[in-house]
Design a protein around this ligand. Sequence first.
Ligand SMILES: Nc1ncnc2c1ncn2[C@@H]1O[C@H](COP(=O)(O)OP(=O)(O)OP(=O)(O)O)[C@@H](O)[C@H]1O
Length: 365
Amino acid sequence: MKHDPNTPQGSAYRNGTAPAGPAEAVRPAREPVLAVRGLRTAVRTASGPLEILRGVDLDVERGETVAVVGESGSGKSFTALSVAGLLPGGAEVTDGRVLLEGRDLVTLPEEERRRIRGAEIGMVYQDPMTSLNPVMRIGKQVTEGLRAHGWSKEAAHERALDVLGEVGLPSPRALMRQYPHQLSGGMRQRVLIACALAPRPKVLIADEPTTALDVTIQQQILATVSRLRDEYGLAVVWITHDLGVVARIADRVAVMYAGRVAELSGTRRLFTAPQHPYTDGLLRSLPTPAHPHQAPLPQIGGSPILLSDLPRGCPFAARCPHRADHCTTEEPPLLDRDSSRAACWFPRNEWTGKRLEVTGRAQDA
Ligand SMILES: Nc1ncnc2c1ncn2[C@@H]1O[C@H](COP(=O)(O)OP(=O)(O)OP(=O)(O)O)[C@@H](O)[C@H]1O
């Protein structure tokens, strides 16, 4: 959609209001490894197709981690599954592009798409027990995917030994002969990461992979993935509810709301100067070191949105403390906003400006 200079967003640009946070590039300077453009995915329901993703935009560069956050049902997993080509039955990509080093996976012939996705996009899920086959030895589970992609038995075996070591598992040779139930939860999760990384993919997509693990194990796994990202130049998409995890591993963050990216920003900037009121609400609902037991923590008002009953205009408007009439008539696109992108007609500088008028002092800037 073309940007209208008469919208409130346009006036912010004209006023030349400066960003409050550190300058971070909103987009990778180089060509992204993975570029998702206007991705739309719908599911079949009894009352017709229902759009779950309504135009997702996302880039990930080589050696970069982009965290995807947002409330339950915002479309984080559907984004991952659409990119990886692993959507459940009844769901399909209806529009947009998934560009892997410039090749559009949405329009490639099915066979080619499957080959590229299996070898070049690795995926790790939350629950290692349901993702691993309980009656198959670890070695077979790691080599299976490689064999399916044409690796010889010997080469797959060697690679499995290497990758189990790379993800920090001790005694890979002995481990290859073990079954999942013989391993701890953290080890099983590392095995899954090894399976995903075995074919040396360019992109790793991790959907809440450490949520079920205790904090120490979680931190070890985050450190391992960050090390592998740096060593191999992996492009990592990390889906999580946990803003602590985001702060620890992400270079940039995509905040999703109602099937779209509401804000895309460098991690430091997101935490210091969130542009979208939804992001601001998420951050305000976190305890801070200064007030760890602050009670009650501010909550985002209203109820999460129902995709089957989307209102006109911005989907966050009904819950937004800064909404104006314009917000309930037209949905804002994801617009470049200083060094972030935000789908908001009244991003940060607008509402901090408004508060200045009312209170006479800057509360947030
Ligand atoms: N078959 C279906 N019919 C109707 N709605 C569906 C169907 N499958 C998924 N959805 C809806 O799609 C939305 C997006 O789901 P998704 O799993 O991507 O969310 P999420 O952001 O990953 O949430 P969570 O953090 O809880 O995993 C949810 O609101 C879900 O209810």
